[in-house]
Design a protein around this ligand. Sequence first.
Ligand code: PA5
Length: 424
Amino acid sequence: MLKLNLDHVLMDVEWEKYQPRVSELHHQLLSKTGKGNDYLGWLDWPYEYDKQEFERIKKAAIKIREQAQVLLVCGIGGSYLGSKAAVEMINGHFKQDSLELIFVGNTFSSTEIVRVLDYIQDKEVAINVISKSGSTTETAIAFRIFRQFVEEKYGIEESINRIYVTTDKERGLLRPLVKERGYESFIIPDDIGGRFSVITAVGLLPIAAAGINIDKMMKGFVDGRNEFSKENITENPAYQYALMRRLLQEQGKDVELFVTYESHLSFISEWLKQLDGESEGKEGKGLFPASVTNSTDLHSMGQFVQEGTKLLFETVITTKNPLADMKFPVDATNADGMSYLENKSLHWVNQQAMLGTLEAHTVEGNVPNILIELEDNSAYTFGYMVYFFFMALAMTAYYLDVNPFDQPGVEVYKKNMFKRLGKE
Ligand code: PA5
């Protein structure tokens, strides 16, 4: 389902040498005695998730698909990146579906908010507002605006039927509203932080509403959790990837550049940038996660990767079996000089671009490359991949000796912003 290839990292590793430290951290993680251990609910979630709520999510998804043409998914950070990544990976950008998902509440852009309002004027609309705290400003602004739109369009009673709330069990600011109005609601567990929450209703409701089979995704979570929890580093690709990130940073590679060759996978990189950047970027430590989407970015950032400052390594995420493919057509005139590709599959062409770039960047550019090959872009593979990156992130951050599960740094700008906005 997922293959890790470390043949192009430009170093040899004696895994056994690192096993004692990896074992120590592995036990801290699984026995929940390490840093941030009150946010490890994601570890056993594939076994312990709320089965009744899971069934309710599926029913709500069917209802949304029946009642709406547009589902506004209102959330930011961990409350939207994972579901957007999943929907784009599994459905692609241009799936013809009766329901369109629009992700709102992740920006202060007046243009974007007003344009969405214009766009949905004559459409049937439902809202899934997602916020653990309920107080996140971008999300709260958008929710008030779109809630009022739905209330005015349908009246209060019917609006209640079209608003779905995913939030904290007790404390979140959205809870009183849920109680007062009686919105259908779903719970973000206390011990699962935002960037790990794609496995909960946060991710699953929008994903199911997009017509994706979340039973298969849950199976992927379970199998990934089992596969990537092995203590022995030689048997655990997630731990090998985790260690490799640290070894590359020790060699001065401070930037991890996530690379995809399919534009519908580029939000996987966005999700990973949050998962990694927010988890390990603290105490003056951590890799800076960045991303490109090739081959388009080979025509811009490719120059820097090939010949620029040697500060990065690449983590290339590819797909063995794409969502769709076709053969390059025959044209007897060959006026465009492209006939050398006749009858070749477009995916094969993409793979040759990837292999040619790999050779250029590693052999001539001296840029280490980690390869992660996904079997396909299915719901199951998405679930399996999620646990590869979760387990790797936990190990790599523990190896760095930081708490991966908090984000104290994000409060600083908020303090300044609230002062300017006049918030008490
Ligand atoms: O990972 C995190 O905890 C954050 O990115 C949050 O998901 C993000 O800030 C949104 O928070 P909330 O769900 O409380 O609106």
